[in-house]
Design a protein around this ligand. Structure first.
Ligand SMILES: Cc1cc2nc3c(=O)[nH]c(=O)nc-3n(C[C@H](O)[C@H](O)[C@H](O)COP(=O)(O)O)c2cc1C
Ligand code: SF4
Ligand code: SF4
Length: 511
């Protein structure tokens, strides 16, 4: 574990520029600095490889296979790429970063297919675009399909006139770094296109991409509207219809998450849609509710074939630049920050539908903060046979599908599995009530002196937010654990910026 940490977090130790000074590269941190340029200057300068693609693989949790894009590159090629880098703070350390990675240990000649069945529909992989700004016209969806996305939940279609505000987004950035945000707030409502135009787009998409899955997301205001929109979706050749019960910022009364919070209303609308079409019906749940299972169960009783969750979380951000002519409103939060909340809702839905016992055929489509294949895997292991992505595509583009597919294929290969289906719900049984958790044993933090940079952050946090169990030697700048005081909370490990704190074996607590 120790050597793995060294290798993964920092790469191997290298000699730098002929001097004796040892340097370590945290490949993830370095890759995170990369601007992920379009038509990347580094790659253009490199000649024999694609360093930008290699860095993107590291950035999206595929550091091991990253080397395949630079396998023919000499150090001179990588240095040339580095010199061409346009980063405003100075070039990304391309050579050191890539030379720190060990060759892939997974044989890529027999990657399994990622195909999976969702609502009885064959999907070439579980990755779909979520209904949103990433899929509002034919050309966008066509490009996403060409890139490798298996399907689309198209931007929600309704019969009301939609006029959006400007600006309509705000973002929570990591420190001052623009472009890289962990949370995203949007005030967008539904499709601004005429209804007929959107269904024509869906018809053409299905005709031209028959193996891709086209789902119409719809929102009605009355039973008649719900039924009419669903029928239009079926007539356009859509594979399924998603019922948007969850937009948190609808201007019109009786639409969006107002409806989604009422089990009676969602039951009525789901039932009338079910009566009017034969294609699968997938209600989309709002997270802005205490018990998501209540409306979901009502939908299942009304015949829903699957449930998708979550839509955005009601939120407020305070930046003046996101005001609309001096005014503000509550609106939906998405992106990386919402993933744990989305996972909790998925867990509750999976437990409700008893997927683990295979006694119910209600399926789940997971949404909320998915950026990398590991994020997607978490939703799948909690019971989702399908996952949807919005904010990460808005940030990084359709190209993230490359690493979603690659990472999942490598993961299956590493585990000796041949089917995606076997991952669905495999971690559900690990979840139990807090009163069942083991409270008699402890795991201590273990400090790795070779990795410690002597910042003292572990001591600061343990002193002020923990149990005063770390002593920091100001001369040697080394932390020392006082075992008798340590409660094994692992705050120190989580704050250590150098990855220098690991874990011991679990042992019985001292009486
Ligand atoms: C700009 C924007 C527009 C959205 N529009 C819709 C929509 O029309 N219909 C819908 O069901 N959800 C809509 N959503 C919600 C997303 O489909 C998704 O449920 C949510 O953003 C969480 O996923 P994410 O963290 O991957 O973005 C929108 C989200 C954003 C950010
Ligand atoms: S030019 Fe620099 S910032 Fe742009 S993709 Fe290449 S390494 Fe990243
Ligand atoms: S936080 Fe990590 S790097 Fe900093 S002193 Fe503690 S162990 Fe060392």
């Amino acid at each position: 574990m120790k050597s793995l940490m060294k290798r993964i977090l920092f790469g191997d130790r290298n000699q730098h520029g002929g001097t004796q000074k040892e340097i370590r590269v945290n490949i993830y941190e370095e890759a995170k600095q990369c601007l992920l340029c379009q038509d990347a200057p580094c790659t253009k300068a490199c000649r024999r490889g694609d360093p930008a693609r290699a860095i993107r693989a590291i950035r999206f949790d595929n550091h091991k296979p990253a080397l395949r894009w630079v396998k023919d590159c000499s150090d001179a090629d990588l240095l040339r790429a580095e010199r061409a880098c346009i980063h405003y703070n100075g070039p990304i350390r391309i050579k050191e970063m890539l030379r720190s990675i060990h060759p892939d240990d997974v044989d890529d000649s027999h990657y399994p297919s990622l195909d999976i069945t969702f609502c009885g529909i064959h999907c070439e992989n579980p990755f779909f675009l979520a209904s949103s700004a990433v899929c509002t016209n034919y050309e966008m969806v066509a490009r996403a399909f060409e890139a490798g996305w298996a399907g689309v939940f198209y931007k929600t279609i309704c019969m009301q006139e939609i006029k959006e505000v400007s600006p309509r987004f705000d973002a929570m950035h990591n420190s001052a770094t623009h472009g890289d945000f962990y949370g995203f707030r949007n005030m967008e409502q539904l499709s601004e296109n005429p209804v007929e135009m959107d269904f024509d787009i869906l018809r053409r998409l299905k005709q031209n991409y028959p193996t891709k899955v086209v789902v119409a997301s719809i929102m009605g205001q009355t039973e008649e509207e719900w039924m009419k929109l669903a029928k239009m979706a079926e007539e356009a050749g859509c594979d399924a219809v998603e019922l948007n019960f969850s937009c948190p910022q609808m201007k019109h009364k009786g639409m969006g998450s107002d409806v989604g919070q009422s089990p009676e209303l969602v039951k009525t609308f789901t039932a009338c849609v079910k009566q009017s079409v034969k294609i699968p019906v997938i209600p989309k749940m709002t997270p802005n509710i205490t018990h998501i299972t209540e409306p979901a169960e009502a939908c299942v009783q009304a015949g829903a074939d699957a449930i998708s969750a979550i839509n955005t979380i009601k939120s407020v951000t305070m930046s003046v630049s996101s005001e609309v002519t001096g005014q503000r409103t509550i609106s939906g939060y998405s992106g990386r920050a919402v993933k744990p909340i989305a996972l909790r809702h998925i867990l509750e839905l999976a437990q409700m539908s008893n997927i683990r016992c295979q006694t119910s055929n209600i399926e789940l489509s997971g949404i909320g903060g998915i950026e990398t294949w590991r994020d997607a895997l978490e939703f799948i292991q909690l019971g989702c046979a399908n996952v949807q992505v919005c904010t990460a595509v808005m940030q990084y583009g359709y190209r993230i599908i490359d690493d979603l597919i690659l990472g999942m294929q490598r993961y299956l290969t590493k585990r000796g599995m041949t089917s995606m289906q076997s991952l669905v719900g495999e971690l559900l049984l690990k979840f139990m009530n807090p009163d069942h958790l083991d409270r008699e044993t402890i795991i201590y933090p273990r400090f790795d002196k070779a990795l410690c940079v002597g910042c003292g952050r572990c001591e600061v946090s343990c002193s002020d937010g923990g149990h005063q169990a770390i002593v920091f030697d100001h001369d040697t700048r080394q932390p020392r654990l006082v075992g008798t005081k340590c409660v094994g909370c692992h705050l120190c490990r989580l704050v250590c910026p150098a990855g220098a704190i690991g874990m011991t074996k679990r042992v019985n607590k001292k009486k």
